[in-house]
Design a protein around this ligand. Structure first.
Ligand code: ZN
Ligand code: ZN
Length: 347
């Protein structure tokens, strides 16, 4: 009989229960990872809240978590890039490797991707996972397991900022100061963008953005966002606007905040239809890019963290054990206790 290990399951909306799973077997190209830290992502919270979506239904007890670090405890016979005992960050998307997207390096667009905690693929709120070894990146000593778990969301930010073409001394405005917005802000700052503004409806999050070096912040709670920005005295238009809220009305407004010849980077996920005044796109010659997850970013992000250029610890507000996962998700769902990034220390 297979060894039993502990796992947290989503069993219907807002019902997270602790139970057991079988210790996973590994194939020749896989490693067995003892899970250490898992970050709670907005998408985890979305599945927690809904119990599954129309496009991605959840049919039985389901494991969340895709921002993962751990230790290699065993490896298959073909695995050459890792040693047992390596501390690793887990890149969660297993792609086909054969399609035009995979072959051209845009593997984030692979149609056959199996991404942790994207139904029906289980996630990592479990003591052990098996994973493709070449998607495990050794972490240098400078990077803790908690920080290692944040290589994944940092990758989303890194990818969007690089793709936006943002350059040194160009201005940027980040809409939304959740974990992704704050990481986008940090990446923009790293690239030498200035001034950088951050917009949100939460004073606590904006205070953190300010503390982390935002040139200005604007609280748009109960205000029309374009007017609030125009009235702020911090300038009307920016070279690059990063839409990180995933809120339809903000998406509609965002084109009015982009400079002529500027760039709108859409990062926040909004699964709906947001009207945009298209003439603004033409008159301003705005380039709009969508960014879906990331590709080929893990080594770069780890390199930035290792050198102390990307600091992510300041985003972590809460730590829980796997046994406390239900409480962790309740806080993440309600956004209570001024939470920003919540880490579950599984091992
Ligand atoms: Zn995520
Ligand atoms: Zn593919």
């Amino acid at each position: 009989m297979a060894d039993k290990i502990k796992a947290a399951y989503l069993d219907g909306a807002k019902n997270l229960v602790l139970s057991t799973a079988d210790r996973p077997e590994i194939k020749s190209d896989e490693a067995l990872v003892k899970v250490k830290s898992v970050g709670i992502c907005g998408s985890d919270v979305m599945y927690y809240r809904t119990g599954g979506t129309k496009k991605r239904p959840i049919t039985g007890p389901y494991i969340l978590g895709h921002e993962v670090s751990g230790i290699v405890e065993d490896k298959g016979s073909d695995v050459k890039n890792l040693n047992i005992g390596d501390r690793v960050a887990v890149e969660p998307g297993i792609t086909c490797g054969r399609c035009q997207y995979c072959k051209s390096g845009k593997y984030n667009l692979c149609k056959d991707v199996k991404f942790l905690a994207t139904p029906p693929v289980d996630g990592a709120l479990v003591e052990y996972i098996s994973h493709k070894a070449d998607l495990l990146y050794p972490l240098p000593d400078e990077i803790s397991f908690d920080e290692g778990a944040l290589v994944e969301p940092s990758s989303v930010a890194f990818y969007s900022v690089v793709k936006s073409g943002l350059k040194t001394a160009k201005s940027s405005l980040v809409l939304g100061a959740g974990p992704i917005g704050l990481l986008v802000f940090k990446m923009a700052k790293l690239l030498g963008s200035f001034p950088i503004g951050v917009v949100d409806v939460d004073d606590n999050r904006l205070a953190l953005a300010k503390k982390l070096g935002a040139d200005f912040t604007i609280n748009v709670k109960d205000r029309e966002i374009v007017k609030a920005v125009y009235d702020s005295g911090f300038g009307d238009e920016y070279d690059v606007v990063f839409e990180c809220t995933g809120v339809g009305s903000v998406i509609s407004s965002s084109v009015f905040l982009v400079k002529k010849g500027g760039h709108l980077s859409m990062v926040g996920i909004f699964d709906g239809t947001a009207p945009i005044r298209t003439k603004e796109i033409i008159d301003r010659e705005i380039t709009i890019t969508g960014t879906y997850r990331f590709s080929n970013t893990f080594p770069d992000v780890i390199g930035l963290m290792e050198r102390g250029m990307l600091e992510v610890r300041s985003l972590i507000t809460h730590y829980f054990s796997l046994d406390e996962a239900a409480r962790a998700f309740d806080i993440a769902d309600k956004r209570s206790e001024n939470c920003i990034k919540i880490i579950i220390r599984v091992g």
